[in-house]
Design a protein around this ligand. Structure first.
Ligand SMILES: [Zn+2]
Length: 284
């Protein structure tokens, strides 16, 4: 099986979401110690994508929040519209955006797929037109008819054109789209969210998307208020953390403001915590 070369996390944007919504039923005195809110009750979030090379593939997981936001929306979510876009940040790291062959979208919420389409003078265009885009069919269908509860997290402009403008692959369930990469489907956060498991020479890394958005969410009952089926999230999280600790997987966190990677461990009282955290795999 081919192994991925170095995994490169890229913070596409910093933003903020309501701390209460991020921790669901957990009272603020418990979460504010680790995730201090600002004056508008927002906690710091990263939109962190992950890039890696695998054989002749150049793969990007998620595309961040993008810059297609009104001034009012940018203010609500704390998005800095003048921050360099993802393509520029990739180039700074020596990654040529046009060389990306595959974009795996964990799901189509705006802070994951918002960077997939960019507004140009000729209108909206795919940011990575040459890349095959991988989405779970279940999430694709849901995104086109979300529930009243999560409709605010899906914006048509982020994905409406993907079906025509790029090679779009709708995946049905657990899959290995290519050697060395596995897609693991979860349904608690939103139907058809896919986590991405990548093998490197030294580690197995699981990109946990919104199942475990920050290190604070390693604790199983710390579930976001955004989740459509919170008890399903608890069961999925417990199952994957059990596997991760048993097999020594590293977790790649999409939204943690400080750490790109953590090593989970189970304390004697059963609670999962981060035994190590770092911005690079080598730093763990
Ligand atoms: Zn989400």
């Amino acid at each position: 099986m081919p192994l991925a070369a170095q995994l490169t996390p890229v913070v596409e944007a910093a933003f903020g979401l309501d701390g209460g919504a991020m921790f669901g039923i957990v009272p603020r005195p418990l979460w504010e110690r680790t995730n201090p809110p600002d004056a508008r009750n927002r906690i710091a979030m990263a939109a962190r994508v992950l890039y890696f090379e695998l054989g002749d593939r150049r793969v990007l997981i998620d595309t961040g929040i993008g810059r297609a936001w009104s001034a009012k929306e940018a203010d609500i979510y704390g998005v800095a519209l003048d921050e360099p876009p993802l393509t520029e940040k990739l180039r700074t790291l020596g990654i040529e955006p046009t060389a990306i062959t595959d974009v795996i979208l964990t799901h189509l919420h705006f802070d994951h797929a918002g960077g997939a389409i960019v507004d140009t003078v000729e209108g909206p265009r795919p940011t990575f037109p040459g890349a095959t885009h991988w989405v779970q069919r279940e999430n694709w269908v849901w995104a086109h008819g979300p529930s009243v509860r999560d409709a605010g997290s899906y914006r048509r402009r982020d994905f409406a054109r993907l079906g025509d403008a790029v090679d779009l692959r709708l995946v049905d369930g657990h899959a290995a789209p290519f050697d060395g990469v596995e897609l693991i489907v979860t349904r608690g956060h939103t139907p058809g969210m896919q986590l991405v498991k990548v093998r490197t020479a030294a580690q197995t890394v699981l990109y946990t998307a919104d199942l475990i958005p920050t290190a604070s969410h390693l604790h199983v009952p710390y579930v976001m208020g955004y989740d459509v089926y919170p008890l399903t999230t608890c069961a999925e999280k417990a199952d994957l953390l059990e596997q991760a600790t048993r097999h020594g997987w590293v977790l790649a966190l999409e939204h943690d403001p400080d750490a790109a990677f953590v090593v989970p461990e189970r304390r004697p009282d059963g609670r999962f915590v981060a035994a190590a955290r770092a911005d690079t795999l080598a730093g763990l």
